[in-house]
Write a protein that binds this ligand. Structure first.
Ligand code: ADP
Length: 610
């Protein structure tokens, strides 16, 4: 509100003479405006906002009381002092004047001095009042431009004042906030009791220190924002606490960033890889515990603030500067192997990756000395394996040539002697030699065959008829069949073309000869070929004791013979292992089941159709 040089006084009277008189009294000190009826007066008052109004009461149409009431009921003019100037001096009239909220009364005829004094004192009060309003507006401005949210609460936690920033954070209009209970309306349920404690503490503090705490608020959109609050009691002139003033900042983003940073730091701390941040000067600004341990230090503090090159031998530092650094500068990252130096001077292989940062770089280090050790052990082992393979080949050759020959010679001479001998006793002993040497020859042959198959990765295949192979096998086994009076029931007719290697006959020979060996005399052994679509399944079934379930897988292992049969029947325990290897080399499968028709086993193998 600006004050012109002279304050402006509006004189209202329907009698021009009276206006003139007051004008004469006042014009020396004031600018005097005049109006001659109520309408005119109101127009001037609302347009020009005079500093004081001298109002005659008895006017036609709108009287002085009514004009006064209008002035006092309007927000813009309510603080303009109104002096009722009246010829009336009765009690009734005074009361009416008070009711219309007039500030003072003057009785006609007006005394000049009294008039001047009244006007001066009312103008002084108005000026003081204007100053207060100005200061209040100024304060409100300060509150509004403040970057913090400000809220005043009464003792029942109802909001009595809020600044612009507060409204922005809440996303509300002033009318949606004033008079509302802060806790019930804007604080999440989970945080209410804590906020209440702070509110009560603030009410009860001396008011010197603010209380600080963090507590979320809920905005109009139901967003939760984290606010750091300061609160202080509001105290009136009499020293009574009238409420609490809160100020706070929306720290949601800062909180989230802090949380993220904490998580990242935590991940770096917990990492088993060594992590270090090295600044532009080559100095460690951050080192995690693993990094320190990898280099043999107890605590990261031993490295922070120190130069990176203390962790490498000079030769490695030289290599780094001459070849790695230029590459790293170009690409902003580098990955490779280096030799690190521990605190005790020992060295170790490390895998290291470097990534450029805004200022400096981050290095991630992993100790790979163990891996290097394993690698070299593996190389040694591979070399030893090669030697042992060569040895195995040598033994296979020894088996085949050097053992088989003398065994063959023994068998030949034993057969000759058996033919010539008549002495029953000697014949019996020669037969023992003969059967044992036959077994020895069989075992040598099987072992040599198995060793050979172990080495084989690929066989050559061609299309052959399984039916004719099975017939050949049965021909060859005729003597054994006859010896035990066993009938071979070949359910094989027509062609069964398959992609096979001639070695496959070993599988069928093994199945059928086992069926003869382990089946009872005068029984029937069945040979069947089933069509599985892509494959043929050859099944050989006998009427023997069968194989217990727990042994069904075991018997395909090398040298696995079932205890009870060992004594009764001769064998090497290699036959089924060889058969399994041959079938595997054909890409087929092998197995044994209980004979579906009665006692005994059904051995089966599958091969691909041609
Ligand atoms: P071998 O017959 O030379 O001992 P195999 O590898 O051919 O060796 O057989 C392994 C074991 O499986 C045999 O010792 C025997 O215990 C058992 N077996 C094999 N075929 C049969 C069968 N048809 N009936 C009962 N048991 C068998």
């Amino acid at each position: 509100m600006t004050y012109p040089d002279k304050p402006r006084v509006l004189v209202v009277d329907d009698e021009p003479m009276n206006v003139e008189l007051l004008q004469a009294y006042l014009s020396e000190d004031y600018e005097v405006l005049s109006a001659y009826n109520g309408h005119e007066a109101l127009e001037i008052i609302f347009n020009d906002l005079p500093d004081i109004v001298l109002l005659d009461v008895m006017m036609p149409d709108i009287n002085g009381y009514q004009v006064c009431e209008r002035i006092k009921n309007s927000e813009t003019t309510q603080f303009i002092p109104v002096v009722l100037v009246t010829a009336l001096s009765g009690r009734e009239d005074r009361l009416k004047g008070i009711e219309s909220k007039a500030d003072d009364f003057l009785t006609k005829p007006v005394d000049r001095l009294e008039l001047k004094m009244r006007v001066r004192s009312l103008l002084r009060i108005k000026k003081l009042h204007d100053n207060v309003i100005q200061e209040r507006d100024q304060a409100q401005n300060y509150l509004d431009v403040a970057a913090v949210m400000m809220l005043a609460l009464d003792c029942s936690q109802n909001i009595t004042l809020i600044n612009k920033r507060g409204l922005e954070i809440l996303g509300c209009e002033e009318s949606e906030v004033i008079g509302k209970n802060l806790l019930e309306q804007f604080i999440p349920v989970s945080a209410r009791s804590e906020m209440e404690i702070h509110f009560l503490n603030s009410l009860n503090t001396s008011g010197i220190d603010s209380i600080y705490y963090e507590c979320p608020i809920i905005t109009k959109n139901n967003d939760e924002r984290m606010v750091n609050w300061y609160s202080k009691p509001l105290i009136d002139e009499s020293g009574k606490v009238t409420g609490v003033l809160f100020s706070g900042q929306d720290i949601t983003i800062r909180k989230k960033a802090e949380e993220k940073l904490r998580e990242q730091t935590h991940a770096m701390e917990a990492s088993i890889d060594g992590m270090a941040i090295i600044d532009e000067e080559g100095i460690h600004s951050y080192v995690n515990a693993s990094h320190a341990h990898i280099f043999g230090y107890d605590n990261p503090r031993e490295l922070i603030g120190k130069k990176w090159d203390m962790l490498y031998n000079p030769s490695e530092v030289g290599l780094f500067k001459s070849t790695i650094l230029p590459d790293f500068r170009k690409k902003g990252k580098w990955q490779g192997e280096l030799i690190g130096r521990r605190k005790d001077g020992s060295t170790f292989y490390q895998e290291i990756s470097l990534t450029a940062l805004d200022k400096g770089l981050i290095s991630v280090v992993r100790d790979i000395s163990k891996r290097k050790e394993f690698e070299s052990q593996l190389n040694d082992y591979a070399a030893r394996l090669k030697t042992s393979n060569e040895l195995k080949d040598l033994f296979t050759d020894i088996l085949r040539h050097d053992l088989l020959n003398p065994a063959g010679v023994v068998k030949g001479f034993t057969d000759m002697l058996l033919n010539e001998e008549n002495d029953e006793n000697k014949i019996h002993k020669l037969q023992l030699i003969d059967s044992n040497v036959t077994r020895l020859i069989e075992m040598i042959e099987s072992a040599a065959k198995f060793a050979k198959l172990e080495d084989t990765e690929k066989l050559e295949f061609k299309s052959m008829d399984i039916g004719s192979i099975l017939k050949n096998v049965s021909e060859e086994l005729k003597p054994q069949l006859e010896a035990k009076d066993i009938t071979l029931d070949m359910k094989v007719s027509g062609h069964y073309p398959a992609v096979i290697n001639p070695l496959i006959d070993g599988v069928f020979t093994n199945f059928i000869s086992n069926a003869i060996k382990y089946g009872p005399s005068e029984s029937v052994v069945t040979v069947d070929v089933q069509d599985l679509g892509d494959e043929w399944k050859v099944v050989v079934s006998d009427k023997g004791e069968g194989i217990p379930d727990k042994d069904k897988v075991l018997i395909f292992n090398r040298f696995q013979r079932l205890a009870e049969k060992k004594k009764a029947v001769k064998g090497s325990g290699l036959g089924l292992a060889i058969a399994k290897r041959i079938v595997e080399l054909h890409g087929g499968s092998i197995g044994v089941e209980d004979n579906p028709v009665g006692k005994g086993s059904s051995f089966w193998a599958t091969v691909k159709k041609a």
